[in-house]
Design a binder for this molecule. Structure first.
Ligand SMILES: Nc1ncnc2c1ncn2[C@@H]1O[C@H](COP(=O)(O)OP(=O)(O)OP(=O)(O)O)[C@@H](O)[C@H]1O
Ligand SMILES: [Mg+2]
Length: 251
């Protein structure tokens, strides 16, 4: 589904002497259809920059991204818009990606309205989607501030299912939630992934969270991927990531 090759992003810094921040420094990865790649690493190692490069939200310094065989960096704006509708991103903080002045039903139905479905059908579909993510019908007329963090993250999941994307980038989607809600949302994402055959890039700084959801794992450090392994055998590389875990204060 996704093939990334030698992806780089340098930011220039330094006023007198030109210097570069190597935010992403030659990242290559492959995600098979229907699978989840977990990307872990400490704060500032380049995880979010990788995801923004993949979605072409920022300009790459170098490298290549193939999505379903299509070279994203070679596409014209109109072609890119079309293919982007097959990709969705879930952000760390659910409240910031929901419009605070929009009721839940409007947030969920935004993508449906773009498809110009009849009003009745849209309402029916909103209720169906809310049921899938286990939101109650009484939530339909509420605003984001009237829901909990976990409930808002469900609203975002409902909106994503409405679009029915092939590929989802989830950037720390559960880090703002408490542990029990986090587990519920992760399980829901796993179920939905199976049901709708979705492919995930799942970003987190928490190795245990990533291990619970990913088929393979990339450990990032200073813009590079240090360890790349299928999840079941990541313990083989314990020597590599042990020092990192110590640095992150996980042990
Ligand atoms: N627009 C920018 N200009 C200059 N440097 C930037 C810019 N955006 C990001 N960086 C730098 O690139 C590096 C990677 O940032 P990035 O946001 O990708 O990290 P991250 O791994 O997502 O961190 P976190 O876990 O804290 O979200 C950081 O050192 C950051 O300061
Ligand atoms: Mg980030």
């Amino acid at each position: 589904m996704l093939e990334v090759e030698g992806l780089t992003k340098y930011y220039s810094s330094g006023v007198i002497h030109k210097r570069y921040v190597k935010a992403v420094d030659g990242v290559s990865l492959i995600i098979k259809k229907g699978e989840t790649l977990g990307l872990v690493g400490e704060s500032g190692c380049g995880k979010t920059t990788v995801s923004r490069l993949i979605l072409r939200l920022i300009k790459p310094t170098g490298g290549k991204v193939l999505f379903d065989g299509v070279d994203l960096f070679a596409l014209k704006r109109e072609e890119l818009r079309k293919i982007r509708s097959r990709m969705q991103m879930i952000f760390q903080d659910p409240e910031s990606s929901l419009n605070p002045r929009m009721k839940i039903k409007d947030s969920i139905s935004e993508p449906l309205k773009l498809r110009k479905l009849p009003k009745k059908e849209i309402e029916q579909r909103i209720l169906e989607l809310m049921e899938i993510v286990e939101l109650l019908p009484e939530h339909i007329n509420r605003y984001p501030y009237q829901l909990s963090g976990g409930q808002n993250q469900r609203v975002i999941l409902a909106r994503i299912i409405a679009v029915n994307p092939d590929f989802i980038i989830a950037d720390e989607p559960t880090s703002a939630l408490d542990v029990s809600v986090q587990a519920q949302i992760l399980n829901m994402m796993k179920d939905l992934q199976k049901k709708y055959d979705q492919t995930y890039l799942f970003i987190s700084h928490d190795l245990d969270v990533v291990k619970s959801i990913a088929d393979s794992i990339g450990v990032m450090y200073l813009g590079r991927i240090l360890v790349y392994s299928i999840t079941q055998s990541i313990h083989i590389h314990r020597d590599y990531y042990l020092p990192l875990q110590l640095r992150w204060g996980l042990l």
